[in-house]
Design a protein around this ligand. Sequence first.
Ligand code: GUN
Length: 295
Amino acid sequence: MEPRILSGKVLSGEIEQELRRDAAALTAGGTPPCLAVILLGDNPASHTYVRNKIKAAERVGIASRDRFMPATTSQAELEAEISALNADPAVHGILCQMPLPEGLNAERVTRLIDPAKDVDCFHPFNVGLLAMGIPRFYPCTPAGVLELMSRNGIEVSGQHVVILGRSNITGRPLSLLLSHKGTDATVTVCHSRTRELATLTRQADILVAATGIPQWVTGEMVKEGAVVIDVGINRIDDASRKQGYRLVGDVDYATVAPKTTAITPVPGGVGPMTITMLLRNTIQAARMAGDSSAI
Ligand code: GUN
């Protein structure tokens, strides 16, 4: 049977409609939601991501403050910019696109962003709340993965979810979210030192690939009837394309898709959901800014 294609493109469009109403209500109430995006240097993939974030914010009615800074920006200059955005009451969300250019300290940046404006959910304070099961913000990519499954009727409670990759952006926070009481998945996190990897992946009811290695997961690693979520967005050379490359996931779609009951495409799967969750967090941050009882 053909697998169900879990389209993040379609779903994010639907959620954007909901967010547009929320943003309009906040604006009418005198708190127009505003997201500041900082991008350093000229990494082409980062520029594409940031452009898409700014366009999506515009569609939903969230104002953007864009800070495009050169790769030669010093740590002190970057921190001064963040401090200014922290102090600006009109700014509700701050995102500094990773990775930073060589020589800059990402951990200092993560710690400096006001936790109340940390719409990435990268700050140790927010990661701590997440680990305790009382999140203030939901990290964007993991939240996008969960939303994509729940709104497509894919039950995760009691399911064995195997996550490939333990990054701070996806693998580790996703494992926390999935194991929360109320979500109730059984989670295995695999990484570069995991032994008998294919034995584990073949036990997955739901397999999440977040390794950053193009087309790494192949059909023989997947159980018949599994759900596969591909978080990867990789550029590989393709002379037949005008740009000279095409986008592929961490999953070898051709061999994996026929074994699944549902699978995310790349592009148009998790990627658009990540951006929509960022906008949702920005609206949440704007709401909290007007509510002194919020932590
Ligand atoms: N680089 C790749 N993904 C992300 C993300 O979700 N947030 C930030 N800040 N940088 C990224």
